[in-house]
Design a binder for this molecule. Structure first.
Ligand code: GDD
Ligand code: MN
Length: 413
């Protein structure tokens, strides 16, 4: 047999040394010179008694289906039974086999994503390492994804699919979890008949550069929730009984699942749109409002000074007062409210252009203000001061929007 010294050693991740925080990204397509069709990840934890047999079956299958065009990546979380070592001893016999030993980090979803991050394939896949997922189903999954599907999922709940000898309680728990998912995340969980499946292939392009947040056991719902998945094809399979080793599922996985659903609910889909909407530029609007208030004080004081003090005509006084207030507001907004936009275009000509735009916006605003005041006061019969106040608030919001979107827009020339 091979001497241990000549064996390639597993790629090692030490979570304590380089703890990845937050999300994981899958790299986009690799240069075609390196690329292969399929990267199949097998997450393992204490699967020493299954893994060699699985490697043999999968390699035989893939050597026929995709000769020299695939890789098999075992991602082991430093199993106490030394699964990674068992895989390592197979490396020389299987040229398409790779092994990653993650240290200090546990979790099925994270392991799968870690494997995909190291993968070269155009299609990324996952299969359990305990022979409960029948390997031959891989061929149907492959032909689905080689066609037009973005995602090909092995499902227990369509056609000939099923589970072998599950107790009533386990079936109820599994279906209950699915039902909960349907209530919380109908558009994600409802897309496939078996969202709990850990046996699927996904097109790399559908998840590349998407932030993925691995949690718990159910990597498929993360993919469905955050990927660009258009076409899904499901292939039936029967979930086999475990012949060796033990399931790693504990109550923790149920909590993780609920946590995962809630997190997806809060960070994707419709609620996310509402959240984005609420991330309204509140700070900027407040700044704009404060600047507006300073302008109002200047306007009133100047009017008093010119009209009452110097005895100028009302129209002339109010026009001059308004223009000086507008210049005041412009300077503050330019240096403060919209500083980020103006700081790169400080040239005199550009500043004057912004000032003219702001003047135009304010003039338009004044027209709208008078119109609103008339509608509130004359048509609705509201109190004159209330009407004036409401009109000012609405026009300030309108001025803000125009200033933000047009006035301080970064222009090319
Ligand atoms: N690397 C790593 N880290 N692998 C893990 C971990 C972990 O923390 N926990 C479990 N695994 C591996 C196991 O070694 C096995 O290969 C696979 O993930 C599935 O784990 P099991 O504990 O055997 O899960 P199960 O059989 O109860 O549940 C499976 O059933 C579903 C039904 O289709 C899950 O694998 C689901 O993904 C699957 O879809
Ligand atoms: Mn299992």
């Amino acid at each position: 047999m091979n001497s241990p010294k000549s064996l390639p050693s597993p790629e090692t991740y030490n979570q304590f040394l380089s703890a990845p925080r937050g999300s994981f990204l899958i790299h986009p397509e690799l240069p075609s010179s390196n690329s292969i069709s399929l990267s199949l990840v097998v997450p393992t934890y204490n699967e020493r008694d299954n893994i060699e047999q699985l490697i043999k079956i999968l390699s035989d299958l893939l050597n026929r289906a995709l000769p020299d065009d695939y890789e098999l990546i075992i991602v082991d979380d430093d199993s106490p039974d030394l699964t990674w070592e068992a895989v390592q001893s197979c490396l020389l016999d299987y040229p398409h086999l790779r092994v990653i030993r993650r240290q200090g980090e546990r979790g099925l979803s994270g392991a799968v994503i870690r494997g995909w991050q190291q993968a070269q394939g155009k299609f990324l896949g996952v299969i359990d390492g305990d022979l409960q997922h029948p390997p031959e189903v891989l061929l149907s999954l492959l032909s689905s994804i080689q066609g037009s599907a973005d995602l090909a999922v092995a499902s227990r709940h369509i056609g000939e699919g099923g589970v072998s000898e599950w107790s009533l309680i386990r079936r109820v728990l599994s279906r209950g979890a699915q039902l909960l998912g349907l209530v919380l995340l109908p558009r994600v969980i409802g897309r496939v008949s078996d969202p709990m499946s850990g046996y699927f292939l996904v097109r790399r392009a559908a998840i590349a550069n998407r932030d993925l947040y691995p949690l718990g056991y159910k990597i498929l719902i993360e993919i469905l929730g955050r990927g660009r998945i258009d076409q899904v094809i499901e292939v039936p399979y029967v979930f086999q009984e475990r012949q060796a080793g033990d399931s790693k599922v504990t109550a923790q996985q149920y909590w993780d699942y609920i946590h995962h659903l809630l997190r997806l609910r809060l960070t994707t889909g419709r609620l996310q749109k509402v959240k984005r909407y609420l991330q309204f530029p509140l700070k900027r609007l407040l700044q704009f409002g404060l600047v507006g208030a300073s302008g109002l004080i200047i306007d009133m004081s100047l009017l008093y000074l010119l009209f009452d003090g110097l005895g100028w005509g009302l129209t002339r006084s109010s026009l001059i007062a308004a223009e000086i207030a507008i210049i005041n507001n412009f300077l503050w907004n330019d240096r403060w409210t919209f500083r980020d936009a103006s700081k790169n275009q400080r040239q005199f000509r550009k500043t004057i252009k912004r000032l003219l735009k702001f003047n135009l916006i304010c003039a338009l605003g004044l027209g709208i203000k008078i119109l609103l005041l008339n509608i509130f006061f004359n048509s609705f019969g509201w109190n004159a001061y209330l009407s004036n106040f409401l009109a000012i608030v609405l026009v300030t919001a309108w001025n803000f929007l125009l200033s933000w979107k047009l006035g301080w827009r970064v222009t090319q020339q």
